[in-house]
Design a protein around this ligand. Structure first.
Ligand code: ADP
Ligand code: MG
Length: 325
């Protein structure tokens, strides 16, 4: 089983940012309203994710480290929804199989928390500990025991940039959750719980960018597609596309379809070679998102690519036309 976990880890945990992504998603799933991420050396030597979510009982804590022990599939019909993004019940055991891993967690109603230490998939110790309700996971020396994987990691600054960018995207996806991200004790960014997406964007990218955006709200009753969020005012362009952020069912994604649809809508409305900042939330039926995409990637594919593209292009175009009237 250790070997199975290490193989799974190779597939789903390619680099430190993948660990951060899985753990932050778990914290959000656990209903956390405050998440802290700390890392060192681009996450290679140390990652800590701390949340105030619902935590786990001692039994649940043990179970969470077994493969396919997800608590998130209640019945078969859920399977499709859960699997439409990533994999199920593999993140914790996979990560624990390729690192020095510490889980500390306490659920409401339990006097003590549980601390479990694992090294390269081998359980070292399990004991009671004092802590508030919530979960703290520490991942040290990632891939130390897997030189082949370690070799493919980029430099510390590159891995750091990935973690920073991705945690910002999670913060945008969940404005009401307070985030704090630290690199080696230094705050990279932090934001309290925000009332609105605009406030969250102002916290992270600055008020002037936030003020350059106008609301989008489109719904198509035939397909059930919905697009909300904030998009650049006509004429507003940036030199990078890093602030062109798309989310599907609240998960940050990379999608050529969405990217092109947005760029198309701005064609002739911003300077050539510039990119519109936009933070766009597409809500669609989970069955319309392709499940056969690599779990470690943010890429998604749509079953009905053309329809999605037309919908998004139409929604943004109309928003821009209304804005320039
Ligand atoms: P999945 O998220 O697909 O269920 P994971 O391996 O990521 O699989 O997590 C396994 C289980 O551990 C989850 O289903 C959840 O019950 C529990 N868990 C993981 N992280 C947390 C957390 N931060 N707070 C509470 N429960 C958690
Ligand atoms: Mg998970």
């Amino acid at each position: 089983d250790r070997v199975a976990n290490q193989i799974a880890a190779g597939e789903v945990i390619e680099r430190p940012v993948a660990v951060v992504k899985e753990l932050v998603e778990n914290s959000i799933d656990a209903g956390a309203t405050r998440i802290e991420v700390e890392f060192r050396n681009g996450g290679k030597s140390y990652i800590r994710i701390e949340d105030n979510g619902k935590g786990m009982s001692p039994d649940e804590a043990l179970l969470s480290l077994e493969r396919h022990a997800t608590s998130k599939i209640r019945e078969a019909s859920d399977l499709n929804e859960v699997s439409s993004f990533g994999f199920r019940g593999e993140a914790l055991p996979s990560i624990a199989s390729v690192s020095r891993f510490t889980l500390r967690t306490r659920a409401e109603g339990w006097e003590h928390g549980t601390e479990i230490k694992i090294n390269g998939g081998k359980m070292l110790e399990k004991k009671a500990c004092g802590m508030p309700v919530g979960t703290v996971i520490e991942v040290a020396q990632l891939f130390n025991s897997v030189p082949a994987r370690r070799k493919f990691l980029k430099t510390d600054p590159t891995e750091t940039a990935h973690i920073t960018y991705n945690t910002r995207l999670f913060a945008v996806a969940h404005p009401k959750v307070a985030f704090r991200v630290l690199e080696g004790g230094r705050i990279v960014f932090q934001s309290p719980a925000c009332e609105s997406l605009r406030d969250r964007i102002a916290e992270i990218w600055g008020r002037s960018l936030a003020d350059d955006l106008i609301p989008v709200d489109a719904y198509d009753s035939k397909t059930g597609y919905r697009l909300t969020g904030l998009t650049a005012k006509p004429g507003v362009g940036r030199s990078t596309r890093r602030e062109l952020v798309t989310l599907v069912n609240r998960r940050p994604v990379d999608s050529r379809t969405l990217g092109f649809a947005v760029l198309d809508a701005y064609h002739g409305r911003i300077q050539k070679g510039r990119y519109p900042p936009a933070f766009l939330f597409l809500e669609i039926n989970t069955q319309e998102v392709d499940v056969n995409v690599h779990p470690a990637k943010r890429e998604v594919r749509f079953r009905n690519d053309g329809a999605i593209r037309r919908f998004v292009l139409g929604a943004i175009t109309e928003t821009l036309m209304t804005a320039s009237e």
